[in-house]
Design a binder for this molecule. Structure first.
Ligand SMILES: Cc1cc2nc3c(=O)[nH]c(=O)nc-3n(C[C@H](O)[C@H](O)[C@H](O)COP(=O)(O)OP(=O)(O)OC[C@H]3O[C@@H](n4cnc5c(N)ncnc54)[C@H](O)[C@@H]3O)c2cc1C
Length: 512
């Protein structure tokens, strides 16, 4: 029974990523002087690490810089299926774009999977890499037509796949599509190998170093918070998940952020293998993994726009119920959640920031498929930097525009404006004196609305909840004990420290 939430639940009290717990990663110093390199890669998730690795192989002097610890962004909290089966994306692309775009998207992701497989096999990387068939399924009658359309898209694009009326696992489906030869792994064990190679190749890695902005010139100057130190570079690659600048290129109006949840579950029944994703209203993702030699299932799902769910703990409970009903949940050693970013047309932005900035590159918007897309980002960005051609550059170029995405752009901007206004005028909900230990809420303090969290020891932490990125109002996330921004996904700890960008400055702390 969870004490805080007063619900019959076997969930751990605090979130903790299984990958980060079972993988020991090296640590690196903070930047403490100005440096000059050929290429500065800002952000050490799968996209940044892969890009830095590939450039270091080409003889570039690389600096890989992270605001926190390496691989502690979304990459440390993923479910790590390596697959080109990305939901019902191919039928959507065929409806909205030319077939060549859909085909290029598939081939690029299949190439990224091959790259990871080759890396693992050639270098003998011990990362629990396992080939699996991926399945997309529905248990709902009203989704069957869409799933059949997706299968038709496979036929049209020549994507290998089969139709099924049942699954190897105990889920009663209306239909399913399999894609053979996909894979799963422990992403941190794999990326740890790449990090070690970057160092061996002469690359520099810095942690706890937030890049706040850059001055475009020759060389480019990327500077840390308060312009304390400068990184001079000929090429700057921004792989910070959400880009840290708002202009140029207006990324704040072209990206949306969704949070989703995961559990590691020791099942009571045996698992027949495979990786599964439902396209039902309540999405479910299932794969197996190895935890100290024992098989666990990673059950994921329950996505919602970031900063927009009032009872975040309920999402874990829904996954727990599903795991228990389907496989029997003997034990739940880990629960965690994270957020990922989607572009207007669901195709990641990978390439030059804009035509005016040919030496600055970006990779973002992986739509919850960053194991392949983040790897692909490394491959495309390497070719961008080397001024080499790549057959997929146009598909992923951040400068592409189409009518549909322009309309969406207006919708995204209006949604943000709504959040700005709504946040400013919504009332405070709790009295400070009513806050129990380990509870957070908006409260009224000295006539002003502020964010409050009373820690388990009873100490009160007050912050101004105005996001330091673009001024939206953050909301309390009870399951993670954080203040989350509904506009662009910045996150702050209960005492205001930046947990996730694009914000680079903390929330203002308020004295009691
Ligand atoms: C719950 C969940 C499950 C998922 N499951 C899958 C899956 O099964 N398969 C799949 O393919 N994808 C999956 N994804 C998506 C995938 O995990 C992400 O797309 C991917 O990890 C993003 O990688 P990244 O390198 O872009 O960002 P991150 O891993 O977030 O790395 C960005 C880094 O940049 C740093 N940074 C940020 N701002 C700054 C700054 N100003 N200065 C310096 N550093 C900065 C951060 O500290 C961070 O370390 C999932 C996502 C979620 C949320």
């Amino acid at each position: 029974m969870s004490e805080k939430f007063n619900v019959p639940s076997e969930l751990p009290r605090y979130p903790r990523s299984m990958w980060r717990t079972i993988t020991t990663l090296p640590t690196f110093p903070e930047l403490s002087e100005d440096i000059k390199v050929d290429a500065a890669v800002i952000g050490a998730g799968i996209a940044g690490v892969t890009t830095a690795y590939l450039l270091s192989l080409e003889g570039y002097k690389v600096a890989l810089i992270d605001a926190g610890h390496i691989l502690d962004g979304t990459t440390g909290y993923t479910t790590a299926k390596i697959s080109a089966q990305h939901g019902m994306i191919y039928s959507e692309f065929l409806t909205n774009y030319r077939p060549e775009v859909a085909r290029s998207y598939y081939e690029a992701n299949a190439e990224a999977l091959r790259f990871i497989r080759d890396m693992v096999e050639t270098n003998g990387i011990d990362c629990d890499f396992k080939e699996e068939t991926a399945y997309l399924y529905t248990t709902q009658d009203d989704k069957l037509d869409s799933l059949r359309k997706e299968f038709d898209a496979y036929q049209e694009l020549g994507i290998p796949g089969e139709w099924h009326d049942s699954l190897p696992i105990p889920v009663a489906v209306k239909g399913a599509i399999s894609m053979p030869g996909q894979a799963q792994f422990n992403p941190l064990k794999y990326l740890k190998f790449l990090v070690e190679k970057i160092v061996e190749n002469g690359g520099l890695i810095y942690e706890n170093t937030t890049i706040e902005g850059s001055v475009y010139g020759k060389p480019i100057e990327a500077y840390t918070v308060d312009e304390k130190y400068r990184v001079y570079c000929n090429e700057m690659i921004v792989t910070t998940h959400y880009p840290f600048w708002n202009v140029p290129a207006g990324y704040f109006a072209r990206l949306s952020v969704e949070r989703s949840y995961a559990l590691a579950v020791k099942p009571e029944t045996s698992f027949e293998g495979g990786m599964y994703l439902s396209v039902d209203d309540a999405k479910r993702s299932i794969r197996s993994a190895s935890l100290e030699g024992e098989e666990v299932l990673i059950i994921g799902g329950e996505n919602h726009p970031s900063g927009k769910s009032t009872n975040t703990f309920d999402h874990y409970l829904a996954l727990e119920r599903f795991a228990d009903e389907t496989f029997g949940a003997q034990e739940i050693p880990f629960r965690w959640s994270a957020q990922d970013i989607t572009t207007l047309d669901k195709i990641p932005y990978i390439g030059p920031l804009s035509s005016d900035y040919p030496f600055t590159f970006v990779a973002t918007g992986f739509n919850k498929w960053g194991m392949t897309s983040g790897t692909l980002a490394g491959l495309i960005l390497r070719d961008n930097v080397l001024r080499r051609s790549n057959p997929h550059m146009d598909t992923f170029n951040p400068g592409r525009f189409n009518d549909k995405s322009m309309n969406q752009n207006v919708v995204t901007t209006l949604k943000m404006a709504k959040e700005l206004i709504k946040g400013k005028f919504s009332g405070a909900h709790e009295k400070i004196s009513n806050l129990e230990p380990d509870q957070g809420a908006m409260v009224r303090h000295n006539g002003k609305k502020v964010g409050a969290y009373r820690d388990p020891e009873g100490e009160l932490h007050l912050v101004d909840t105005t996001c330091t990125h673009m001024g939206c109002e953050t909301a309390w996330n009870e399951a993670e004990r954080s203040w989350d921004c509904p506009c662009h996904g910045s996150r702050f700890s209960y005492n205001g420290e930046v947990l996730e960008g694009p914000a680079t400055d903390p929330l203002e702390r308020i004295q009691e």
